[in-house]
Design a protein around this ligand. Structure first.
Ligand code: SAM
Length: 476
């Protein structure tokens, strides 16, 4: 199981995403004897083994998080009384919603657009800086797949360490190499491979040769990258280092991800200086549309509700004045009171005010006749407050689509729209013209496009794989 492929059924050791809701997705590595405790109950990992990915799994205990061993696997597959989760296979899209944010991250709407514009595909060789929380790293890694290679750089120590562990745990170290480096100062050449990115048997071999260090430079590696993604504060300092590590026989694509327009201006200036063409800045603004039901309210009901409020208010005021009068008489028997009456005619009271204390107070404003006309009155629970003529369940918890009301299907945009994330500056570096197309005076002697792939021998590219010994592979 990995971000590249997964089995149909969960196995021990799998990375599984426990979906509680959109803002609560918990990654877990399925380990016998361990239990996931959530506000929706407890989920022993043992009960997840053998479950099909995508299944809704019921908890084995209540929300208290206790463990009900007796119910065990029998509760699997269906939501129990306590609660449930969905067990999902990891994808970069879900991962970006579930990961622990160490930095700002690239979200899927930007990520998918950038991957497309950078022409990243299986087999691509991509440079990324900085790694940050690893959100985009996962998207790039999946896209380049096992035939491609991703080199990602992070200069912040703890973030590098965390990303390193994640890359190994998530199985994307198949094609991803993280280097601890300030790319603005030192560039991208000779990335390093940390031992945690190596399979165990290679570590043993290196140990036998007494060659184990924490990180080993990948000597002589020609990165031959064809796509670059820079998500760091000063991309203009990293751009000059790129010429040495790009595959100059083909077009190279770059994207600088910058929140401020000043950063864009400086990046554009530097891109021009270093020969990048077709420079373009884009901002992605994604809106999600959702289907909903909206309650249908008739004008007649609205008018009746206003009348009811007015009637109840007048009655409430009358009762209040009666009470004050009673208290006044009592006060006069005991001493004096200066309290004044509140106007009690319909003309004197504002018709729209629903919050007059007496209007909502059944004890004082008890309006038997109007209460009888209330459609929902008989449905109210013992503790529910009487709210007058209330054809729309105002003040109650109404589920969308509640059959006591009429509804209209509508679509609307999600309430929380993320506005600006970053400006995306794209550019292309044209390939270097092969020398054989020029004569000695530098004049172009052929305008025929020559494919470098088919031109002579296939180019050889060193790929960092199992150890610091170069492995020659054929580039695609
Ligand atoms: C906004 S975060 C990247 C987030 C990442 N794209 C993601 O989706 O999770 C920027 C990262 O770049 C790193 N960084 C900044 N300047 C750098 C440099 N010169 N070399 C390497 N990393 C750098 C920072 O430490 C930070 O972790």
């Amino acid at each position: 199981m990995s971000f590249f492929s997964h089995n149909e059924y969960i196995q021990e050791g799998d990375l599984v995403l426990a979906w509680m809701n959109r803002s609560n997705i918990r990654p877990l590595t399925v380990t016998r004897g361990e239990t996931l405790h959530t506000q929706y109950g407890s989920f022993p990992h043992d009960t997840l083994i053998g479950v099909k990915y995508g299944t809704q799994v019921g908890s084995t205990a209540g929300a208290s998080g206790g463990h009900d061993a007796q119910r065990g696997p029998s509760s699997r597959g269906h939501g129990s009384a306590a609660g449930f989760i969905h067990v999902l296979a990891p994808t970069p899209e879900l991962w970006s919603l579930s990961l622990r944010h160490r930095t700002q991250i690239v979200y899927t709407p930007d990520a998918s657009y950038i991957v497309h514009r950078l022409r990243v595909r299986p087999g691509s060789r991509v440079l990324e800086a900085g790694t940050g929380s690893g959100s985009f790293t996962h998207a790039l890694s999946r896209t380049v797949s096992s035939s491609g290679q991703l080199f990602t750089y992070e200069f912040h120590g703890p973030r590098y360490e965390e990303a390193l562990q994640e890359v190994a745990a998530d199985g994307i170290n198949l094609n991803t190499v993280i280097t601890h480096r300030d790319v603005c100062a030192e560039g991208f050449d000779n990335p390093t491979i940390a031992n945690s990115q190596r399979p165990d048997h290679v570590i043993s071999q290196l140990r036998a040769l007494n060659k184990v260090g924490v990180e080993t430079p990948v000597e002589g590696l020609n990165l031959q990258a064809n796509a670059v993604f820079l998500d760091l504060p000063s991309p203009w300092l990293a751009i000059p280092h790129l010429s040495r590590v790009l595959d100059t026989s083909k077009q190279a694509h770059i994207c600088c991800f910058s929140p401020c327009i000043e950063q864009v201006a400086r990046a554009v200036e530097t891109l021009k200086k270093y020969g990048w063409k077709k420079i373009e800045m884009v901002e992605v603004s994604a809106k999600r549309w959702e289907g909903h039901k909206e309650m249908v309210k008739s004008v007649g009901d609205a008018v009746e509700r206003l009348r009811d409020i007015k009637r109840r208010r007048v009655l409430g005021l009358r009762k209040r004045n009666e009470r004050i009068a009673r208290e006044r008489v009592q006060d006069q028997q005991n001493g004096t009171s200066e309290e004044t009456f509140v106007a009690s005619t319909a003309g004197d009271s504002a018709a729209g005010g629903e919050s007059t204390p007496a209007a909502d107070d059944e004890e004082e404003g008890g309006n038997d006749q109007q209460q009888q006309s209330t459609e929902l009155k008989h449905k109210k629970g013992p503790t529910e407050k009487y709210r007058g003529f209330n054809p729309w369940g105002k003040g109650q918890r109404i589920r969308e689509g509640d059959e006591r009301f009429s509804w209209l299907d509508v679509s609307r945009v999600e309430p929380e729209i993320k506005s600006h994330t970053s400006y995306l500056t794209f550019a292309i570096l044209p390939p270097v013209m092969p020398e054989h197309l020029f004569n000695a005076d530098g004049i172009v002697i052929s305008s025929l496009p020559v494919s470098t792939e088919s031109a002579s021998e296939p180019a050889t590219v060193a790929t960092p794989t199992v150890d610091n010994v170069k492995v020659e592979t054929t580039s695609t």
